[in-house]
Design a protein around this ligand. Structure first.
Ligand code: PRP
Length: 188
């Protein structure tokens, strides 16, 4: 398979540079997969990907676990087409699976303010699952204002706008195979 791996990329008028390489992502995803294998052995977890951003990370993390598991999706939007969160969560697609009594693993691409994850965890808990765990590839710890539960983190990152590996800027850039940062923000 060939991947889209430019050194820099122009997206909606801004220039982005490589921030986390494909190799770094692969190594981290592999490690997280091993942890999930161990922690959920015999529990047949259901991975719930939060669309759209999580679709690539979800695909990779699921292929890095070897225990029996299932998948479903929920779709939310909090950013719209902007670089900062709108402060409001809009639910665009509910899950189809019945999660009562199940071990739920929520899979996100990024936790920023924490607003989306707080909303999702509360929603999942209302279904009376056996457990709810949270995996996020990226966590902007300094930007997180809402108290959120995060059990597995790929990378703690500074409060900078990032793109690629599922993350977009006004819907573009999700197809980049690694993570990029705004060129002007890289040295700050
Ligand atoms: C992004 C991301 C998370 C959320 C994180 O989604 O995928 O769901 O924002 O931000 P928060 O912690 O401040 O809530 P977005 O609304 O951009 O939709 P998308 O996944 O379709 O890109």
């Amino acid at each position: 398979m060939s991947y889209y791996l430019p050194e820099t990329v122009d997206c909606n008028g801004d220039t982005f540079k490589v921030f986390i390489t494909k190799e770094e992502i692969e190594a981290r995803v592999s490690l997280l997969g091993k942890k999930l294998d161990k922690d959920f052995e015999g529990k047949r977890p259901i991975f719930i990907g939060i669309l759209n951003g999580a679709f690539i990370f979800l695909a990779d993390i699921m292929r890095s676990v070897s225990i029996p598991c299932e998948v479903d999706f929920m779709k939310l939007s909090s950013y719209g087409d902007e670089k900062v969160s709108s402060g409001q969560v809009t639910e665009l697609k509910e899950i189809d699976a019945k999660v009562k009594g199940r071990h739920v693993v929520l899979v996100e691409d990024i936790v920023d303010t924490g607003l989306s994850m707080k909303y999702i965890v509360e929603r999942m808990n209302s279904y009376d699952p056996a457990s709810v765990s949270v995996v996020t590839l990226l966590h902007k710890k300094d930007a997180t204002k809402h108290e959120v539960q995060i059990d597995y983190v790929g990378f703690e990152i500074p409060t900078k706008f990032v793109l690629g590996y599922g993350l977009d800027f006004a819907q573009e850039g999700r197809n980049l195979a690694q993570i990029y940062v705004l060129d002007s923000e890289q040295e700050s």
